[in-house]
Design a binder for this molecule. Sequence first.
Ligand code: PHE
Length: 498
Amino acid sequence: MAEKSPAADVEAGLLAHLNSAGEVPDSRSFASSLGVSHLELVGVIKSLSAFRIVESKDIIKEAWVLTEEAKGYVAKGSPEAQLVAAIPPEGVSKDALKAKLGDAFDVGMKAAARNKWIGFEKGNKDLVLRKVESVMDELQEQLRRLENGEAVPDKVIDDLKRRKLITKEKSIWHSLKKGPEFVLKRKTLATDVTTEHLRSGDWKDLEFKDYNYGAQGQPIAKGYVQPLMEVREAIENIFIMMGFTEMPTNNFVESSFWNFDALFQPQQHPARDSHDTFFLNAPATTQQLPEDYLEKVKLVHQSGGYGSKGYVYDWKRDEAEKNLLRTHTTAVSTRMLYKLAQEKPFAPKRYYSIDRVFRNEAVDRTHLAEFHQIEGLICDYGLTLGDLIGVLEDFFSSLGMSKLRFKPAYNPYTEPSMEIFSYHDGLKKWVEVGNSGMFRPEMLLPMGLPEGVNVIAWGLSLERPTMILYGIDNIRDLFGPKVDFNLIKSNPLCRLGL
Ligand code: PHE
């Protein structure tokens, strides 16, 4: 049963008034006649209109309201009037006036001088004299009129606006009349059958509130999965369905050797600059490198082999030993391929990884200094570019991207290389979704992989498809310290495309 509350009194008052007078032309003055705030009355009006007990029409008006400063002038007089009132018949020094008037001094001096209410003694600019007996405080009067809702000439309004004494505010109030379901007293509808109702038997006569099938359910107090993790899992499942095995990616710190050199990336390549890569201060270098293999990598850079001329430069071990935060998960793929090459006899493999990489990039709406990379590779005899295209089509169509285009590209470690574009139906354009290629013999043969074994591989970021799927256009809303927990909680369970 509803308890008697102030709102119930307001409701009773409003309904009684409508019953006798038939209408309330202005909810604001009605609220003050009841002695309640307008806001309180509006709450009651909303609830009564929902049941069509009253019919409410909005009245929207823009009106000038006084600023805090102006309200002070209404109470204490305009600065110019305050100033004149503070001048004794014998005059007063500027400093003394300033001390008395505070903030109002400067404005008051100017306006009073303009009105010729004050003057100065000859030869003594510091002594302020009063030149009128009493003043008519026009400003105070105008402000008072505005406050009472009386008409004020436009010229005055312009003047008050310029002095920042008034601002325009939108106010909404309501006119009310009886609605089709009007009653003097609302019946309280029961929402539940209680033990009390059953015992007394009055449940038979109760009127029950209708079920609201449109109401939202209780939010469930549970953990929520970050969108990146949702998409990561979906992609993992695709890899697993396609027969791929996950690679161990649990080393953010990598040596330049595995991140670059083993990938046939020359030591003077711009990506190896500190502008693009985060190098470690401590430990700055790595000592554990596979010596035999390192020697082969050195030779292929310096003088080639396996049908290649190499880059023809002086390869430096120091450079290869530098520790860094891995710039791509291809470093992991390289380690895995090297490991695979050591296992005899050779067995074909399909590997994938999804983990974090780091780049020394300027952070903006689409770039972060750390992000996640998805990478897949297949290592087998006789693979061709056609196999790569086929696998990419399988993989991306499982992601909901079935219209693909490929563009020739360059990576130091793949030849040929292709950028992957997908047509996005929502954005109505082709967007770049990944990079791919066939690993070069200069990379694979020094590892000891048999002749005739090829590796097709591709990589993409996890953030990019996630942003597209969730309609997020600033990467910082998705990943990093600015992510809003509510975004994570309110993400749709179903997404189009994946
Ligand atoms: N390592 C590449 C990148 O960081 C992606 C890639 C992986 C390209 C495998 C080709 C083959 O963009």
